[in-house]
Design a binder for this molecule. Structure first.
Ligand SMILES: Nc1ncnc2c1ncn2[C@@H]1O[C@H](COP(=O)(O)OP(=O)(O)O)[C@@H](O)[C@H]1O
Ligand SMILES: [Mg+2]
Length: 157
């Protein structure tokens, strides 16, 4: 496992980091976003979406009531928020596994609601340090995700 961490001092910085991530993504990737409410998961997701080419005109908000939003982009983006998931069968109905292994980028807020089935993934744990500062810890599982994280860590100073 390879891990890396960084901190941001504002929402703008988290957005920028997300954009860098989005721009670097070249292949289908599963990204898990963990952290309490207000940690910045959706802000990071918004940045990733912009980096993948989702227009600034398109609002990126938590898909709380729909579980998943789809945004066509350079690679299709599927944004999940499992906070309100009550029954794991809902995910089966949605075909979650196909997204997890699919041809697009899947971002998952509240992945703790999923059982860990060993998917290769990039995980980000976000922690609120104070009003504006957030700590972001990344870890990768699987060769492609590890290589991606190494590239990201080399790019972001
Ligand atoms: N460094 C930071 N990075 C991200 N968000 C920040 C930061 N500092 C303050 N914020 C604020 O924290 C909140 C994060 O909200 P959001 O991304 O919706 O959280 P989550 O999806 O984790 O519940 C926003 O109101 C944002 O303005
Ligand atoms: Mg959110």
């Amino acid at each position: 496992m390879f891990d890396w961490f960084t901190t941001t001092g504002s929402e703008q910085e988290t957005l920028k980091l997300g954009k860098q991530i989005g721009r670097l993504i070249e292949q289908p990737t599963l990204i898990l976003l963990q952290g309490d409410l207000g940690a910045g998961k959706t802000v990071l997701a918004r940045g990733i979406a912009r980096g993948l080419g989702v227009s600034e005109q398109t609002p990126i908000t938590s898909p709380t009531f729909t579980l998943m939003n789809h945004y066509p982009a350079r690679l299709d983006l599927y944004h999940f928020d499992l906070y309100r998931l009550s029954d794991p069968d809902e995910l089966v109905e949605l075909g979650f596994d196909e997204f997890a292994h699919g041809s697009g980028v899947s971002l998952v807020e509240w992945p703790e609601r999923l059982e860990d089935r060993g998917f290769e993934r990039l995980r980000v744990k976000l922690r609120r340090e104070d009003e504006l500062r957030r700590q972001l810890r990344f870890d990768a599982r699987g060769r492609a995700c590890r290589e991606f994280l190494q590239r990201l860590a080399g790019r972001v100073v």
